[in-house]
Design a binder for this molecule. Structure first.
Ligand code: GLA
Ligand code: ZN
Length: 681
């Protein structure tokens, strides 16, 4: 449970009373109570207000806000407010201003742009957090600390450059080691002094504005990303340590970016340092349900299956998308439960009251500009508030049991994207999503894991485009397979080590023995070009052929069984799908990017072989998940379509926790409807 002060799914969100007068605060509290809101995230962008100069701090207004909320039964998720340095600081201490990828020093403005290595930033952020910790860490209203906000700033200033050199010294010990790891004999880059090392940006190793990720030296850019992710993490930790010391019983988190797989920060590494993962979930009108599901499963995966927080979602529309559609009636509720269905223990919004000015005035809110409760959005929020209260603590801390782990690894992603070639069409998150979708369509529960996760918890581990095989990983996968696990990987895997140096002696490098293949060449197809996967002998459930695209590995079996061959081009007849027995298990290789149908059938086939059952057979567009707690199984059934859907529940009887309805034999689910059912004896 996140906090035993509030033993239910937290309901509320970002609240910015500092933008409003006192009479509005009273009205806010009245409306929050009407909506069943029990938590407000406060103090997010208030540094300038809390600290008007170097030595003055004003928390009077915050004391009042917290008191007023608390006296009305509303707890706070207390932000530290370090996400935007005040204007006075930028003017007096320009080292807080970051330098961008193009080498331009920023001026004061916007947010999330303080240099993470700035001594000024560190000094004042720590001192602000000390003051907050002193004042509020034993306040009964405080449920959880919210450090900063959507952290992340990639800075290329001189301070960062110096820190980067120190970081490298620690990693490599000597310049010889560094020169070797970065392969600096290429294009005459040998470094003789640490001070010769420059941050990789558009003025140095990245020279193409249209392809900003492409770098002349992957090793340097990879290390910069590791360094930057660590630098920002250090700023989180500065705050974490102060808050932890002040009161070890208040959990601490920070909200992750809406993209979930936000590229600059290695969230798997970060998640070891948060007490609970918190995420800002912003799907747009046309985001596939499976994409949101993938992101939610990743949030749960960050801390090995622990429940997480939805820190923000919009009650209705966003302002920063090109077309900010309203969430249709019922959709806010449906998507809120989708998050709960996949492991969230909170439902929180950005924002509780819509700002009157600046760039978020057209962002949806619980309280709209009209100011009263008689709106569609408010009504939907209040309805959901009631339901969540009625659920009590039943679902809290329940977990999802998955036998399939799909690997998503930040360093692997960086490595693929920083390399020039073999194809601009290769998109790592998209490839992982493709495999995820195949299981999603079959209602098979999946954990998103990374290469450091414990594989022994799974029957099946899928690692799409495992380009980078870090030290020790090949042996770890071999052990998993030798002990009976099934491992699936794809084209362009096993190519490099953690410095992006190619493993010589034939692809897929360190995975060659496990997979029983040798990849000789890699062909890149044009966008409209396709090849064919021709299935050799009938494998149960498979059609005889499928299309494939993007990359085609030209490979030879070195013991692996060839299940399918290419149907076209000069490599027609070469293997495209192979399976290798290894110890007690097997390792599959999919040498190209197949159409979705193939992946769905592959997922079905592998799950069948491993005895992994779908949560339930359901029509397409009906999402089904299962959370478990103390031997109780909660089935979430979500109809994402515009039609009634029928579910054959066979001889079972289920009861819906939300409506109390009892279902026998079949379940008819209206459009956008959600059921959370348990078996009724
Ligand atoms: C992010 C931020 C919020 C707000 C929302 C708007 O998630 O954390 O402060 O700007 O986006 O969607
Ligand atoms: Zn900097």
């Amino acid at each position: 449970m996140i906090s035993n002060k509030l033993p239910k799914i937290f309901y509320g969100g970002d609240y910015n009373p500092e933008q409003w007068s006192r009479d509005i605060w009273n009205e806010d509290v009245r409306l929050f109570k009407l909506a069943g809101i029990d938590v407000a995230t406060v103090n997010v962008f208030t540094w300038a207000l809390n600290q008007p100069d170097e030595n003055t701090y004003n928390f009077g207004w915050l004391d009042e806000v917290i008191e007023q909320l608390y006296n009305n039964g509303i707890y706070v998720c207390l932000a530290t407010g370090t996400a935007n340095h005040p204007a006075w600081m930028a003017t007096r201490y320009p080292d807080v201003l970051s330098v961008d990828f193009e080498g331009r020093k920023r001026k004061f403005g916007f947010r999330h742009n303080s240099c993470p290595n700035s001594p000024t930033y560190q000094k004042y952020a720590k001192s602000l957090v000390e003051k907050l910790a002193e004042r509020y860490s034993h306040h009964p209203a405080v449920l959880i600390w919210h450090v900063n906000n959507e952290m992340g700033c990639q800075c290329y200033c001189d301070t960062c450059e110096k820190e980067f050199r120190k970081w490298l010294k620690k990693q490599y010990g000597s310049l010889e080691e560094l020169n070797r790891a970065w392969n600096t004999r290429f294009w005459g880059h040998t470094f003789y002094d640490w001070d010769e090392i420059i941050l990789p940006n558009l003025l140095s190793e990245h020279l193409d504005r249209n392809h900003p990720d492409k770098t002349a030296f992957q090793g340097i850019t990879l290390d910069y990303h590791r360094f930057n992710s660590d630098s920002v993490l250090d700023r989180y930790l500065d705050e974490y340590e102060i808050l932890r010391r002040a009161n070890p019983n208040i959990p601490i988190t920070t909200n992750y970016h809406g993209h979930a797989n936000y590229k600059p920060l290695d969230y798997f590494k970060w998640s070891k340092k948060v007490d609970i993962v918190a995420w800002d979930n912003y799907p747009s009108f046309d985001t596939p349900v499976s994409t949101t599901a993938f992101r939610l499963d990743m949030m749960r995966g960050f801390k090995d299956g622990d429940p997480f927080m939805i820190m923000e979602q919009t009650p209705s529309q966003q302002n920063w998308q090109p077309y900010n559609s309203l969430k249709r009636p019922g959709v806010m509720r449906l998507w809120s439960y989708q998050a709960v269905a996949r492991g969230a223990d909170t439902v929180m919004f950005f924002q509780l009251r819509r700002s009157a000015g600046a760039c978020e005035k057209y962002h949806g809110a619980v309280i709209e500009h009209v100011g009263h409760e008689h709106t569609r959005v408010f009504n939907e929020v209040a309805e959901l508030g009631k339901e969540l209260s009625s659920l009590g603590d039943q679902l809290l801390d329940s977990r999802i049991d998955a036998k399939v782990g799909i690997i998503f690894d930040w360093e692997n992603w960086w490595g693929i994207d920083f390399s020039s070639g073999p194809s601009d069409l290769l998109d790592y998150p998209e490839q992982v999503q493709n495999y995820y979708n195949a299981f999603f369509e079959n209602n098979i529960q999946v954990d998103i894991i990374n290469t450091n996760s414990d594989f022994s918890r799974y029957e099946l581990v899928v690692a799409p485009v495992l380009y980078m095989v870090k030290t020790g990983l090949a042996a770890k996968i071999e052990e998993f397979v030798a002990n009976g696990g099934t491992f699936v990987t794809t084209f362009f895997s096993g190519i490099v080590n953690e410095h992006d140096l190619v493993t010589l002696g034939g692809y897929p490098g360190e995975l060659r023995k496990l997979l029983g293949i040798w990849v000789e060449e890699i062909d890149a197809l044009f966008p409209e070009q396709k090849n064919r996967i021709v299935v050799k002998e009938k494998i149960a459930g498979f059609k005889s052929e499928y299309s494939c695209e993007i990359l085609c590995d030209l490979l030879h079996s070195e013991g692996a069984e060839v299940l399918a061959e290419y149907g076209d081009d000069f490599y027609k007849g070469m293997p495209v799908v192979t399976r290798n027995k290894f110890g007690e298990g097997e390792a599959w290789y999919i040498a190209s990017s197949p159409e979705p149908k193939f992946l769905q059938e592959l997922a079905r086939h592998l799950c069948k072989e491993k005895g992994i059952e779908p949560v339930m057979e359901a029509p397409s567009g009906v999402e089904v998940t299962r959370r478990e707690k103390d031997g109780r199984l909660f089935m979430f059934i979500l109809n994402h379509t515009n039609l009634n859907q029928n579910l054959d529940i066979k001889e079972k009887t289920y009861k819906d926790l939300l409506s109390g309805a009892i279902f026998e034999r079949e379940m008819i689910i209206p459009p956008n409807e959600v059921y959370i059912v348990v078996e009724a004896k």
